[in-house]
Write a protein that binds this ligand. Structure first.
Ligand SMILES: [Zn+2]
Ligand SMILES: [Zn+2]
Length: 257
């Protein structure tokens, strides 16, 4: 059972063929998808709910991406609390820090990140963390928030943040980036982290894995990333799929009927 632990199915790049892309994912062996509830800003954070409602194998999250931290108003936290009561909402995020793009001021990103971690704790939801070029700040803020459960998604950080995440009980999720020939240090982390902490994802429509690199990414391509990680770890694809699915269920406590 393959799970795509992080997709943006609401993205307009799926508007012309969303159902066909989901069918291809199913045909590739994907049996669960977590579609992220960020949309293009805090007013769209419910964007994953209609998609999750329409498919019993799709779940969703709710939260504000660091790019959009500058758009957050107090009322958005009340809205997150409201959305979190929905049966298909199983996580908060993605939230975090992005000091590569700096689309929102860094102090605002830190505030909004801290607030979402605090709310996730109140609501007993796992968090999905986005961090880019912000390892030291992410580490500090996660340590302040501990104990908290979650995943660093689309992991591209260094060894130090990986160690910190593992010590805090976090999971680490690898996207198609791990398959890129210039990502050897990342592949080394994917090879070595404990089996019970690893997840795989597409982060589609972004970051298609080899051999689809440069194309629009879609959930079915998680099989290519999983196959690559399985080879690194000298496991079969089925073993890696079963392990990451078990990890996903443990972290997100998905209720299946
Ligand atoms: Zn992200
Ligand atoms: Zn994402």
């Amino acid at each position: 059972m393959l799970i795509d632990s992080h997709a943006h199915l609401d993205d307009s790049r799926f508007d012309s063929d969303r159902d066909a892309a989901l069918q291809r994912a199913w045909d590739a062996g994907v049996r669960m998808i977590l579609t992220i509830g960020n949309g293009s800003g805090p007013d769209q954070m419910g964007c994953g709910i209609p998609i999750a409602d329409a498919h019993d194998w799709i779940y969703t999250s709710v939260g504000v991406h660091p790019h959009d931290a500058g758009k957050v108003e107090e009322r958005h936290y009340a809205q997150m609390t409201e959305y979190s009561k929905h049966a298909k909402v199983i996580a908060m995020g993605e939230t975090g820090l992005d000091f590569f793009y700096d689309n929102s001021p860094r102090d605002v990103q830190r505030d909004v990140f801290r607030s979402q971690l605090a709310l996730a704790k109140d609501l007993d939801l796992p968090v999905i963390i986005h961090t880019r070029d912000a390892d030291a700040d992410t580490e500090q803020i996660l340590k302040e928030a501990a104990p908290i459960r979650g995943v660093i998604h689309c992991f591209t950080s260094g060894e130090k943040l990986a160690q910190c995440a593992l010590e805090l009980g976090f999971y680490i999720s690898f996207s198609g980036i791990v398959t890129f020939p210039n990502a050897r240090p990342l592949a080394e982390i994917a090879r070595r982290i404990p089996a019970d902490r690893i997840l795989v994802e597409t982060d589609c429509p972004y970051l298609a894995p080899v051999p689809h690199r440069g194309k629009r990414n879609e959930p079915g391509f998680v099989a290519d990333t999983a196959r690559f990680v399985a080879a690194l770890r000298e496991m079969t694809l089925d073993e890696l799929a079963d392990q990451t699915a078990a990890n996903f269920h443990k972290l997100f406590a998905v209720k299946t009927s």
